[in-house]
Design a protein around this ligand. Structure first.
Ligand code: 3HC
Ligand code: NAI
Length: 686
């Protein structure tokens, strides 16, 4: 139960917020906090106050469940004003994460003491809003407009030492000393009669107007489609006005965004992420297996990246390839990638070497013997993978978890190559591994619950977002991708150019159109897969037959200049498409952008409904996350399932029904899960 306590430590009131798990500023907390502050100020025996938190963290923000509903005062902004008006000094004692309303509370305190591992930030833009507790006005006064603008528009946290350098905290002390130091500081301020430091009263340094113009232009490009980052620039720009006027502007923007559609959508994404890391049927007390040593088999694009993510969090890993040249190539690439990411993250050279030192290369599979977890990332061929797993069965220690990074193959069939299928699962990382948070965690019929629990915990340790899926071919993401690819191929045959289709999807909010993305990933892998399964995609097949495999061959749907990555329209592609049309007797027609989007997005929704029905996907939220984080579905549209609810499942059904008849495509017939929802008058989210 949420509580705010006041303890007298001599002349100092220690006000403690206790609202597990993250001390969110719920209504109860706000009421309690305002009352305790008032009590401390009214009591003549108290000369100063400290605000601290129980449990694992300082206040991590407003209570996201309450945001957007009618809220009772005092609001965070009112408590901040109350602190501004305090005649006695107030010190914030920060451990864990001071986020959103939590940092705003700390900013309204007069001094701030932090633990070394504390992290501070205003992540509101990630929820589609801006800080609404005065953060856009106080932070620029604390650390300067430029840094504040970066923090508020990007939503990223900074660590304690960066906060100290920036002037956001006054002192860093060990975690166990945070409170006592804050109390001692409060006493010193009183004893020395130091004037109270109110950020409200601090003058703001002048900045050129171009700072905001440039930020707007950059955010419009980098965060295309998101409203909040641009509004955050407006709010910070208002900080150059008088404090009260700037605050008014912030409050207006905050209220507008809270009422807008992107807040509801991004809040959905936030909770879906929390939900995804829990598998619904796992007992809570299940003990994960210990993973102290890992092995990765295959040093290609994926294997190297996966090994790096282990080394990055301090887990030693044996990296095995049976081909010496491939191993050397893989190691060189891995080093280059790690060096450039270390530069971006300001990682000192010694630390880089230490982490790279955790990766032990080997040419022998037997060196996987000591590993607690083995991840296979060899060629995407069932026989090759089954052979590797058969051998691993004889090599890996008892209880080791055996994982495959296959992106499409039957994980049950791979598990059956061992005598311990209970220890086998899929860990489908995405490329490039360091940049992609998503991992589809593939559970087979036999996967043991503690193996699944271990994988989920481990992926979080690697700072990934694990989503549990069933072991059907292509799992969730690639299954849906195939449905889109088929319709994209048909659109080409029907008369639309790759560039028109890509443009329509980019306008919808994808960072890249389906054809530019396919060229980047390479067309040959899916071509081989289609051939093995007897599936035809006439245009894609014709391009591959002409040796056009995408960027790696300098030509695919588009052509590429030597060394270039920009997709350029290619007459040769047009000719190939025209030949396919002629062969199939199709008369080209023009199709509007809106219709293109429907023809590419609705099949995703239809397949998703089938995946939910069959249990391959557990929850609509999982599907939304997979498509947002794995395939670039615009987060501000909430993912395909959330989007379906927004346009109305009945509308999706009607359109699919029409398309299925018009195009004679069985796969477009509305899925039973869609028909049922229409009948029951509900969407994917009830
Ligand atoms: N409100 C309500 N619940 C919250 C919450 C919040 N602000 N922050 C976290 N939670 C809940 C989570 O839903 C989760 O609940 P569950 O166990 O029932 O699923 C639980 O707390 C633990 O969260 P995590 O699983 O995310 O725990 P981690 O340790 O991985 O991360 C964290 C902790 C860094 C605090 C992370 O939860 C986080 O980033 N939270 C959001 C912080 C945020 O966005 N704050 C700004 C809110 S908006 C605001 O403050 C407006 C103001 O300007 C007026
Ligand atoms: P790759 O071809 O770049 O690398 C495969 C590596 O495995 C090569 O270095 C090869 O020498 C090695 N290898 C082959 N047989 C071996 C064996 N028997 N023992 C040890 N090493 C062996 O392949 P890539 O792209 O890294 O893919 C690996 C796996 O990851 C595949 O299953 C693929 O489907 C999957 N995947 C690939 C993604 C991508 O975008 N490239 C994305 C997600 C998954």
């Amino acid at each position: 139960m949420a509580e705010v306590r006041l303890e007298r430590v001599g002349e100092v009131a220690l006000i403690e917020i206790d609202n597990p798990p993250v001390n969110a500023l719920s209504e109860t907390v706000r009421i309690g906090l305002a009352a305790r502050i008032a009590e401390a100020m009214a009591d003549d025996a108290i000369k100063a106050a400290v605000i601290a938190c129980a449990g694992r963290t300082f206040v991590a923000g407003a209570d996201i469940n309450e945001l957007g509903k009618p809220r009772q005062p005092p609001l965070t902004v009112d408590i901040a004003a109350q602190l501004d008006d305090c005649a006695k000094p107030v010190v914030a004692a920060i451990h864990g994460t001071a986020l959103g309303g939590g940092l705003e509370l700390a900013l309204a305190c007069h001094w701030r003491v932090a633990a070394p591992d504390a992290r501070l930030g205003l992540p509101e833009v990630k929820l589609g809003i801006v800080p609404g507790g005065g953060g856009t006005q106080r932070l620029p006064r604390a650390i300067g407009v430029k840094l504040a603008l970066d923090m508020i528009t990007g939503g990223e946290m900074i660590g304690a030492s960066a906060a100290l350098d920036a002037g956001l905290v006054d002192e860093i002390v060990t975690r166990s000393d945070v409170r006592s130091t804050a109390i001692a500081l409060a006493r010193r301020v009183v004893a020395e009669k130091r004037p109270i430091k109110r950020l409200r009263d601090r003058a703001i340094e002048p900045v050129p107007a171009e700072l905001f113009t440039r930020a707007r232009a950059e955010l419009a490009r980098r965060r295309r489609g998101f409203e909040a980052p641009l509004k955050a620039v407006d709010a910070v720009a208002a900080a150059i006005m008088r404090f009260d006027d700037g605050l008014k502007r912030e409050q207006t923007i905050f209220a507008e965004l809270l009422r807008g559609p992107q807040f509801e959508t991004l809040r959905h994404v936030f909770f879906a992420e929390r939900e995804a890391t829990k598998a619904p049927d796992l007992p809570a007390d299940l003990k994960p297996r210990e993973i102290a040593l890992a092995a990765v088999i295959g040093t290609g694009t994926m294997g190297g990246g996966i090994a790096l993510s282990f080394a990055d969090v301090g887990i030693p890993v044996t990296l095995i390839d049976t081909d010496r040249a491939a191993l050397e190539r893989g190691l060189a690439m891995l080093r280059r990638n790690f060096e450039s990411s270390a530069r971006r993250r300001n990682l000192p050279a010694a630390e880089l070497d230490r982490r790279l030192g955790l990766i032990k290369p080997s040419l022998r599979l037997v060196d996987a013997a000591g590993a607690d977890l083995v991840i296979e990332a060899v060629f995407e061929e069932l026989d090759v993978k089954r052979t590797v797993f058969g051998k691993l069965d004889g090599i890996a220690k008892a209880g080791a978890i055996l994982a495959t990074n296959t992106s499409f193959l039957d994980v049950d069939a791979i598990a059956e190559a061992t005598k311990r299928p209970q220890d086998v699962l899929g860990l489908h990382f995405f490329s490039p591994v360091h940049a992609m948070r998503l991992v589809e965690v593939v559970r087979t019929r036999a996967t043991a619950p503690d193996v699944l629990a271990t994988a989920l915990a481990l992926m979080r340790r690697l700072r990934k977002l694990p989503v549990v899926v069933g072991a059907a071919p292509g799992f969730v993401g690639n299954r849906m991708l195939f449905e889109r690819a088929r319709e994209a191929d048909r659109l080409l045959r029907d008369g639309v150019s790759p560039a028109e289709i890509d443009h329509a999807m980019v306008e919808f909010g994808f960072p890249m159109g389906p054809f530019a993305a396919a060229d980047l990933a390479g067309l040959d892998v899916s071509w081989r897969m289609r051939k093995a399964r007897g599936i035809a995609l006439p245009v894609a097949d014709a391009l591959c037959e002409a040796g056009r495999f995408g960027q790696k061959t300098g030509k695919g749907y588009y052509r590429y200049e030597a060394g270039g990555r920009e997709p350029l329209a290619d007459d040769a592609t047009d000719r190939i498409i025209a030949e396919v049309r002629a062969r199939l007797g199709v008369t080209p027609q023009s199709i509007a952008a809106g219709a293109i989007v429907e023809r590419l997005v609705y099949p995703l929704i239809n397949e998703a409904a089938r995946l939910l029905e069959s249990g391959v996907a557990l929850r609509p939220g999982d599907i939304d996350l997979i498509w947002i984080y794995g395939y670039g579905f615009p987060a501000w549209r909430g993912g395909p399932m959330f989007y379906a609810d927004q346009i109305g499942v009945a509308n999706v059904r009607d359109r699919l029904d029409h398309l299925a008849r018009e195009l004679g495509e069985e796969a477009l017939v509305p899925a039973p899960g869609i028909e049922r929802r229409v009948k029951e008058g509900r969407g994917f989210y009830g």
